[in-house]
Structures are given as structure tokens and as C-alpha cells.
Design a protein around this ligand. Structure first.
Ligand code: SAH
Ligand code: MG
Length: 211
């Protein structure tokens, strides 16, 4: 990964450790050749820099989806809340301005397309086959299940489904993404191809069938 983009990614605000970001970059560089890369859970654009850098090399593009109002676990009063992201006019979080500045500063505006909205609503409009899907949006049962059901069917055979925050041991983190990851494997349509920290890269081996 070019050093200036790596620097930008490392210093961007967000929830993506360097080693996992590099693994994300490697996966996107490989699978981005098969089609567009879609990210669920933009936040301030940290992971988006890794994906955008890969898209540039793969001749692909990143579509990143977020309502920018924050997940449950980053609202005021929660451990990961960042008070500088509050918009007091509406009494809501807003990570969109920070995201925009992050991507502009990294020089990735050509590679990155942002969609502002609820993932499940956007999924209903989506029909384009994806080379890679990265699921890092809402981490509780309902949202992560809806992200999988709404978006994973669009991953092409030979493309990748990538999860973040997979913790087989409940002592290390929430179990909902892990359960959905297991469900993807048990569907028989994906195989595990890479692991880095809490990042899991699955490759689609069979076409999506029905629901
Ligand atoms: N990938 C980011 C971290 C994402 S945090 C990084 O590298 O730092 C999770 C994000 O998912 C939050 O910004 C939150 O607003 C978004 N999110 C949660 N549920 C969502 C939903 N149903 N639709 C759209 N975005 C959602
Ligand atoms: Mg995450």
C-alpha cells in the first residue's frame, strides 16, 4: 500500500487496527478485480481508505453505506462515543463531515462513493454484482443479520464476503457478527480464506440460491 495512503489510514479516526486494515487492503486488491467493493459501516472513513487504496490498484470502486448517525454502541454515554462527532442542532451524531474530510485529504474521492442511508433500505434498491462485500455496520443481532441477508446475495462467485469484529470467545466481544459469520459458512456457499485479528475473509464458491 502506498506510504501516504497508509499514513492517512493509520491516522484516520475509527475502529480498524493497522494489521486488520492491511489485510482488508490485500483482500480488496484481490477481489476488487471481480467487481465493485461495497462497505457497510463507513463511520469516519478509516477502513474506507484501505478499501479505496485497493480499488485504485484493482481498477475498482468502493461504495460505502452509512446513515452516519452512529451504532448503538457509539451513542452518548457508551464507551466508544466521540463527543466531537455530535451535531447539537439535531442532538444526533454525524460522522459524515469527518468522513468527507478524511477521504478528500487522502485524495480518494475518485475511488470512493458514499451512500448516506440505512443499510437495509439501500439494500432493497441494490442490484449490482459485487466483487467484495465488507460488513462492519451495526454489530447487534438484527442489523448484522439484515446486512448479511440484504447484501451477501450480491457477492459474485469467486468474490469475497468480509466480516469485521468476529470474536469466537465471548470474553473478547459481541457474538452477533460471529453467529452470522458461522451462518455464512454453514450455508455451504462460502469458504474461509483469510484471518487477521477479528477480520475474516470468505470467498463465495457457489451462487446464491433463493433466500
Ligand atoms: N468501518 C469503520 C467503523 C464502522 S462503525 C472504521 O473503519 O472505523 C459502524 C458504523 O455503522 C457506524 O458509523 C454506524 O453509523 C453505522 N451503522 C450502524 N447501523 C447501520 C445501519 N443499519 N445502516 C447504516 N449504517 C449503520
Ligand atoms: Mg468494526
Amino acid at each position: 500500500m502506498p506510504s501516504e495512503l497508509l499514513y492517512a489510514a493509520k491516522h484516520a479516526k475509527g475502529f480498524m487496527p493497522d494489521n486488520e486494515g492491511l489485510a482488508l487492503f490485500e483482500a480488496a486488491r484481490q477481489y476488487g478485480r471481480r467487481g465493485p467493493i461495497c462497505e457497510i459501516g463507513t463511520y469516519c472513513g478509516k477502513s474506507t481508505i484501505y478499501l479505496g487504496a485497493a480499488a485504485r490498484q484493482a481498477g475498482s470502486v468502493v461504495v460505502t453505506v452509512d446513515h452516519h448517525r452512529g451504532s448503538e454502541e457509539i451513542q452518548p454515554g457508551w464507551a466508544h462515543h466521540d463527543p466531537t462527532l455530535m451535531d447539537f442542532r439535531f442532538g444526533k451524531m454525524d460522522s459524515l463531515p469527518t468522513f468527507r474530510a478524511t477521504i478528500a485529504a487522502a485524495g480518494l474521492e475518485e475511488e470512493v462513493i458514499a451512500i448516506v442511508g440505512r443499510s437495509e433500505q439501500v439494500a432493497k434498491l441494490w442490484h449490482t454484482p459485487l466483487g467484495m462485500l465488507f460488513i462492519d455496520g451495526g454489530h447487534s443481532e438484527g442489523p448484522v443479520t439484515r446486512d448479511y441477508e440484504g447484501w451477501a446475495p450480491h457477492v459474485v462467485v469467486g468474490g469475497a464476503l468480509v466480516f469485521h469484529d468476529i470474536y469466537p470467545d465471548p470474553a473478547h466481544g459481541g457474538q452477533a457478527p460471529y453467529r452470522v459469520y458461522q451462518r455464512a459458512l454453514e450455508s455451504g456457499a462460502f469458504k474461509d480464506v483469510a484471518v487477521e485479528g477479528s477480520l475474516r475473509v470468505l470467498e463465495r464458491t457457489k451462487p446464491h440460491q433463493g433466500s
